[in-house]
Design a protein around this ligand. Structure first.
Ligand SMILES: [Zn+2]
Length: 499
C-alpha cells in the first residue's frame, strides 16, 4: 500500500532507549514504504514528503498490550463496580450489535488511541456473533483508520458463570444473566484458522490467539489454542488471576493442578515464550518464577485493576523475578481511557508506594515496557517499539511547546509523569501519516462524532433495559464480592483500612 511512500521527519529529538533518554539527540528519520530506513543528521529528502519536527520530540509509537474494542461506547457509564458485577452490564452491551455500531465502536477506540500516541493495540475482542461478516467490519475499520492491530477474537467453551466463585449456588435466573451456555470448541478454532487465511497478517494487521481465561476453557480448548499458536507462530493472550475470586477458584477447582492456573496451562501446552497472561494481580511468587523461567510474559493493567476493585499486582516481585512485562489499558468501561501515559505513570507510582527503598522503576524502564515489552508480547520484537532502521515506521511526534515541557528537563520523565497526550501533534503508523497537526487524516472525525451521537440514542435505551433486567442480581453479586475477600490466601495485594 505504501510501497513508494517516502517521508523525512526533519530535525526532531529522536528518542533512543539506549541513548540520552533525558535530552535525545536531534536527527532526521527517513521512511520508505512502511519502514524506517535511516536515522541520522541531514538525510537526503529528495522526492520525500517533509514532516517538520523541529522543537518536537519523536518517540516510538506506544503499544497497548491489552484492550477490548467491544465496549468503547460504555465509556463513563460505570463507577464503583467490581469486575464480577461489571460483567453483568458490559457483556450484553457488547454482543449482537448492529454492523454500524460495530464499525463505529471500533473506530471510536482506534481514534482515541491514535490521539493518545498509541500506534498498535492488542484487541482481545469479545465478538458476538463470532462470524465472518462481523470480523470483516472490524478488520476493515482498523485498516481504514490505519491503526496497527494485533487482533484476537476471544474463544472459550466454559460458560461465563465460571468467572464468579460459587456461581453455581446462585439462583438459576441470576446464573442465566451471567451466562450458562458454553460454545462449541471446534467451531471457534476452525473460525480462527479460517480468518488467519482470509485476512493474511500483512501491513498493519497481526493475529493472536486468545482463550478468554483458563477457567473458561476445558483442556481440549486450551490444547486447541496451543496448537493454533504453534502452527501459525502466533502469540497467546489470556486473562489470569484478575481478581481475588479467581485465585480462590484456582485453589478450589484446580486442586489437581496444584491449585494453579499456571500449572493447568502448562499441562495443556500453553506455558512458553508465546504466552502472555493479562492482569496477574493474584499470582503467587512461585508462579511468577515459573513464568520467568518459561519466558512467558505478564501484561499489567493497573488502571482497570484499581477501578474494578481487583487489587494491586505485585510489580516488585515481578521485577525481581525478571519476568517479561507489558502494559495495557484494558476496557473503555473498565478504566475509561486508552492512555499508555496513564498506565506508565501508574506502574512507576505503584512500585514507589509498595517499596520504601530507593530503586523503584524509572521512567526510562517503563517506556521500554510500553514499547519494546509490548512488542515482544505480540511477537513483533525487532519490528516495532524503537526508532531504528529496519523497524516499522510507527512514530509519535510531540510538541515541546506544550506546557508539559515548560521547562523541559527530561524527555523520559516528562513523557511518563507529565504528558497526557495533549502534546501529540502527529502520528505515523506503518509509514502512513494518520494524524497531522492534531487531526486524524484517515477518517472524518466529525462525521464519526455525528454517527456515534445517533447510535447512542438506541444504545442508551438498550443499556437502561439491561440495567433494569439485572437489578435482581445485584444483592447476590455484592455478597459474592464480599465473600471473595474473606478467606486468607496468604498474599497481600491491597491496602485496606485498618479495622
Ligand atoms: Zn481484558
Amino acid at each position: 500500500m505504501n510501497g513508494e511512500n517516502k517521508i523525512v521527519v526533519r530535525g526532531g529529538q529522536v528518542y533512543d532507549h539506549d541513548g540520552d533518554v533525558h535530552k535525545p539527540k536531534v536527527a532526521d528519520i527517513l521512511i520508505q514504504g512502511d519502514n524506517i530506513v535511516a536515522v541520522g543528521p541531514d538525510l537526503d529528502a529528495k522526492d520525500a514528503e517533509i514532516v517538520d519536527a523541529r522543537n518536537r520530540l519523536v518517540v516510538p509509537g506506544l503499544i497497548n498490550a491489552h484492550y477490548h474494542s467491544h465496549d468503547t461506547l460504555c465509556r463513563g457509564m460505570f463507577e464503583e463496580l467490581p469486575l464480577e458485577f461489571w460483567l453483568l452490564y458490559t457483556l450484553p452491551m457488547g454482543a449482537n450489535r448492529s454492523k454500524e455500531e460495530l464499525r463505529a465502536r471500533t473506530l471510536v477506540g482506534a481514534l482515541e488511541s491514535i490521539h493518545c500516541g498509541i500506534t498498535c493495540v492488542q484487541d482481545m475482542l469479545g465478538l458476538v456473533p463470532l462470524d465472518e461478516s462481523s470480523t470483516d467490519v472490524v478488520v476493515n475499520a482498523y485498516r481504514e483508520i490505519g491503526l496497527r492491530v494485533v487482533f484476537s477474537p476471544m474463544v472459550w467453551d466454559v460458560p461465563p458463570i465460571a468467572m464468579v466463585r460459587h456461581g453455581d449456588s446462585l439462583p438459576a435466573d441470576v446464573q442465566d444473566m451471567l451466562g450458562t451456555t458454553g460454545r462449541p470448541i471446534k467451531d471457534q478454532l476452525d473460525y480462527l484458522e479460517h480468518q488467519f487465511r482470509r485476512h493474511a497478517a500483512t501491513g498493519t494487521l497481526h493475529w493472536a490467539v486468545a482463550p478468554f481465561a483458563p477457567q473458561r476453557c476445558t483442556p481440549k480448548m486450551l490444547q486447541g489454542c496451543a496448537d493454533l499458536s504453534h502452527k501459525h507462530d502466533l502469540p497467546v493472550y489470556t486473562h489470569v488471576y484478575e481478581t481475588r475470586g479467581q485465585r480462590l477458584i484456582a485453589n478450589d477447582l484446580f486442586a489437581e493442578h496444584d491449585g494453579s492456573l499456571i500449572t493447568y496451562m502448562d499441562r495443556n501446552g500453553l506455558l512458553g515464550p508465546k504466552l502472555n497472561i493479562v492482569h496477574s494481580v493474584w499470582i503467587s511468587r512461585p508462579e511468577i518464577d515459573r513464568m520467568a523461567a518459561a519466558d512467558a510474559g505478564i501484561v499489567l493493567n493497573h488502571l482497570s485493576n484499581f477501578k474494578l476493585k481487583s487489587g494491586i499486582a505485585p510489580v516488585l516481585d515481578m521485577r525481581e523475578a525478571g519476568v517479561r512485562l507489558a502494559l495495557g489499558c484494558d476496557n473503555c468501561s473498565g478504566s475509561d481511557v486508552q492512555s499508555v501515559f496513564q498506565a506508565m505513570k501508574a506502574f512507576c507510582l505503584i512500585a514507589s508506594v509498595s517499596d520504601p527503598e530507593l530503586g523503584a522503576p524509572l521512567a526510562q524502564e517503563v517506556l521500554r515496557h510500553a514499547t519494546l515489552g509490548n512488542a515482544r508480547s505480540a511477537g513483533l520484537q525487532g519490528k516495532i517499539g524503537a526508532i531504528t532502521p529496519g523497524h516499522k515506521a510507527d512514530l509519535v511526534i510531540i510538541d515541546l511547546n506544550d506546557t508539559a515541557y515548560l521547562p523541559y528537563n527530561s524527555a523520559a520523565r516528562q513523557l511518563v509523569y507529565t504528558e497526557s497526550g495533549r502534546g501529540i501533534d502527529s502520528v505515523i503508523i506503518g509509514g502512513r501519516l494518520v494524524m497531522k497537526q492534531r487531526r486524524v487524516t484517515t477518517i472524518d472525525e466529525d462525521a464519526l462524532r455525528r454517527e456515534v451521537e445517533g447510535l447512542m440514542r438506541h444504545f442508551i435505551t438498550d443499556y437502561e433495559a439491561v440495567v433494569k433486567s439485572r437489578a435482581r442480581a445485584l444483592p447476590y453479586m455484592i455478597e459474592a464480592h464480599r465473600r471473595m475477600w474473606e478467606p486468607d490466601v496468604g498474599m497481600k495485594r491491597f491496602i485496606s483500612r485498618t479495622r
